[in-house]
Design a protein around this ligand. Sequence first.
Ligand code: FE2
Ligand code: FE2
Length: 272
Amino acid sequence: MSSILYDNIKELPPMPQIAKMVLDLLEDPDFSFAELVRIISKDANITVAILKLANSAFYSPKNKIVNLTQAMSFLGVKAIKNLVISVSTKSLFLKGRVGIVDQKLWEHSVGTAVMSRLLMLRVDKKLVEEAFLLGLIHDIGVSVMKMNLENYELILQDAFNENIDLCALENERLGINHAQVGAELMKFWKMPEIYSDVVLNHHSPENSASKSLANVLFLSNNLLKCFGIGIGSCNEEFSKYIEAIGLDEAVFEDIKGMFKEVYDAEKEIFNI
Ligand SMILES: [Fe+2]
Ligand SMILES: [Fe+2]
């Protein structure tokens, strides 16, 4: 960590325990699926979220899925892994005294995740789950800064009330920003390198090694802010980024149109 980061951020929160257990298990290529089900079944929130997700409009199974093992085999390991991280991430966003701004930030994160997934479905299907997860955690640095810095809430409030760019305000008042802090957290959690890269560059996708993930995230993050679901001002110059991921403007407009319905269903899963 750079020294200015180190001076300000004394404590990075550990990865929530259930997420760690699942990730550790999945590290082993010969992991047992039954063991994965056993770990997850102990967490009621995640169990409910998995059942809801399996039955959601996005996956639309032919018949209602009623048990956990069935839901997990239907969704597949990658989707489960991301859901576990997602649900446990929620506890970090909504930790401590939860005010309007925290709630707004969590809604923004879920919305950005949903929009990223919709966009990535048209850009590169292989990256859909990563796009969703990155959408959900891209602003996690905000929570870490809130935990570490007494005066940080004022910065959040000011960005929210005055509708100004949060990163710029953080840089001005603290000399560090939530993208840098979030990237450090990804490293600390030993997430794949691409996660810290994309989180670090979510306001500057041109600097990322993963053009599609970073540009998709940039677009969805800004769209959500323009929709009023987020903190701070939005960048409405979308064309350059749409072009960077090789998307047609008309398709982009279609996806925007689909957002609301999918978002409402997803909010159900995350109990916003
Ligand atoms: Fe951000
Ligand atoms: Fe954001």
